[in-house]
Design a protein around this ligand. Structure first.
Ligand code: HAM
Length: 439
């Protein structure tokens, strides 16, 4: 026996068959709902300088602190090798902001509306709905601070889920992180409020203990039952928020309601990444219970400047395909009929059969002619018997089978079999493309 076979790394998947059909369906849906709102696709590298994520997501965020897939810079020595190294992107906002600055858009065409669908990498403990390589669909809009832009971004997320079959129980949970000064004031007020609970080490969970100094807002979204209880009565950001951010929030909510969305104020939404200002939101589907959150996003008006660009507001969201797949399977979506429709698009139109090996070279030429005409054709390459080829043709799901035997070869003809009604006819090879294209 040979060496032990390799397996894929933990927290990753090989996509094949029906799983891949579903992923392609999600990709197409994402691209069509984003394009419909005037968003253009952007593809950034899968890895960036590590410093980019440290600067934008925040050194104290869980992602930067614990979950980065980083590689050292070759040739650099000691600690610098890592600080100057590269990291497989854990999310898409930082890279798109970098691309916005690098492309000089602030001067040439400040309003840019982009979307992306692609793999992200986080060194997390793999569990239900969490992987180390996962796909995100995200949109990022730079260059406008209008609350209607926030609402447009949210509407794309909601539309994505509606297109996938989620019903009107979808809801948008919203909060605001205020402007930079509001955040600063609020963090002080929160630290004062939580100080006693933290000093008495038993009251809050260990995550809260460590987050108290690093990012006190995260105490508000702790999911531990005792901490949820202790959060009752915590000061609300709206008590210290400036007028501009507060008005923006009201306009955002009004814009969402105007387009018929269900909006719920949720002060526990604080998001785990440092760049958020003003709007933060999540789309939820309550029938999913504890896993009702489908996506998250918000505004990041300070990010572009923080990364060295011209002061430019921005807003976006991303949705992970892994939790979306889980939600879909829990809800029995897409329906078996629509899965079958999607699969149908991947099946061959024609399966080509050679009666004997002598016909294979000519059959291969015929296959290529059909493919050049846009007809999907499959054929055996392993010298299978006639019976085995027919078995394969049945299994392939092809609508038609063409059979080339000695007699047909001599007469430049071919047998065309309809797999649905099993009818057969002998046709001229020169007529095949026309017959199949009009069938
Ligand atoms: P995030 O909340 O860190 O935000 O991630 C967004 C979504 O990515 C989550 O709601 C979840 O569906 C998915 N996700 C995150 N980690 C994993 C994982 N390990 N496995 C599977 N899915 C995962 C962001 O990434 C921000 N960039 C969102 C944003 C865009 N804000 C503004 N623009």
């Amino acid at each position: 026996m040979g060496a032990k076979p390799f397996t894929n790394p933990r927290g990753t998947r090989d996509f094949l068959g029906t799983d891949l059909v579903l992923i392609k369906h999600l990709e197409r849906t994402a691209s069509s709902v984003a394009s419909a709102a005037g968003y253009h696709e952007v593809r950034t590298p899968l890895f960036e300088e590590t410093r980019l994520f440290q600067r934008s997501l925040g050194e104290a965020s869980d992602v930067v602190e614990k979950e980065m897939f980083s590689v050292p810079r070759r040739g650099a020595e000691g600690a610098e090798a890592m600080t100057q190294g590269f990291t497989f992107r854990p999310e898409g906002t930082a890279s798109t902001a970098r691309a916005y600055i690098q492309g000089g858009f602030a001067a040439s065409a400040p309003l840019q509306k982009w979307f992306y669908v692609g793999p992200m990498f986080r060194y997390e403990r793999p569990q239900k709905g969490r992987e180390r390589q996962f796909t995100q669909f995200g949109v990022e809009a730079f260059g406008a601070q209008s609350a209607t832009l926030d609402a447009e971004v949210v509407s794309i997320a909601v539309r994505f889920f509606q297109e996938l079959g989620f019903d009107e129980q979808l809801e948008v949970r919203v909060n605001s992180m205020g402007d930079a000064a509001d955040r600063e004031n609020w963090s002080q007020v929160l630290r004062d409020f939580f100080a006693e609970q933290i000093n008495d080490g038993d009251q809050r969970c260990s995550d809260c203990q460590s987050r108290y100094q690093r990012n006190v807002f995260r105490l508000l979204d702790c999911k531990a039952a005792k901490c949820i209880e202790l959060n009752q009565g915590a000061p609300n950001l709206f008590s210290v928020m400036g007028v501009a951010a507060s008005e923006h929030h009201q306009q955002f909510i009004a814009s969402l309601k105007n387009i018929g969305l269900t909006v719920i104020d949720d002060p526990s939404i604080v998001r785990g990444l440092d760049y958020y200002t003003r709007t933060v939101f999540e789309v939820h589907y309550p029938p999913l219970g504890a896993r009702s959150a489908l996506c998250g996003g918000g505004r990041y008006d300070g990010l572009v400047e923080e990364m060295g660009g011209r002061s430019t507001p921005g807003v976006g969201f991303s949705v992970g395909f892994t939790p979306t797949e889980l939600a879909l399977s829990e809800l029995g979506l897409p329906s078996p009929d629509s899965i079958a429709d999607l699969q149908q698009q991947l099946l061959p139109d024609v399966y080509a059969v050679a009666v004997a090996d002598e016909q294979r070279p000519e059959l291969f030429v015929i296959c290529q002619q059909l493919r050049a005409a846009g007809i999907r054709v499959d054929v055996d390459h392993r010298s299978k018997s006639l019976k085995a080829q027919f078995k394969e043709a049945n299994r392939s799901g092809a609508t038609w089978v063409i059979v080339l035997g000695d007699d047909e070869q001599v007469a430049n003809k071919i047998v065309l079999k309809n797999m649905q009604d099993k009818s057969e006819q002998v046709v001229a090879q020169s007529q095949l493309v026309k017959l199949l294209s009009t069938a």
